[in-house]
Write a protein that binds this ligand. Structure first.
Ligand code: ZN
Length: 123
């Protein structure tokens, strides 16, 4: 891995708990920020995890300002409302239509944080 790519990768957040000597910080970063990707027909019907240089940096909100779309060989975020210059780009990691308590429980269980987004409010 090129040193600049490695530095960018290593700067991503790792929310996964340490689980033993065989699991590295880079593996945790992969599990935290990766997107499932399938490449049917190229390598069979296998699933892979891809970490994107920009997309993997988007944080969660239960009231995100983008919609994500994944197609066979690409993934995109599209603004779902006007986004002000300098405003954080947000996505949802979960089904944001569920009640707050359920959203918070899922986020705590899977991603180890308490959501304090505009919709959830303070912890
Ligand atoms: Zn929230």
């Amino acid at each position: 891995m090129h040193p600049k790519v490695a530095a960018a990768y290593d700067s991503l957040y790792n929310c996964k708990p340490y689980v033993g000597p065989l699991v590295s910080n880079r593996h945790g970063i992969l599990r935290t920020n990766g997107f499932e990707a399938t490449f049917d027909g190229i390598l069979g019907e296998r699933a892979f995890i891809a970490v994107m240089q920009i997309m993997s940096r988007a944080n969660h909100s239960c009231k995100p300002n983008t919609k994500s779309c994944r197609q066979k060989y690409q993934a995109t975020y599209t603004a779902s409302r006007d986004i002000a210059p300098g405003e954080e780009i947000t996505v949802t990691y979960i089904d944001e239509t569920r009640p707050k308590a359920e959203r918070r429980k899922e986020l705590k269980t899977k991603y180890f944080f308490t959501c304090t987004c505009e919709l959830c409010g303070p912890a």
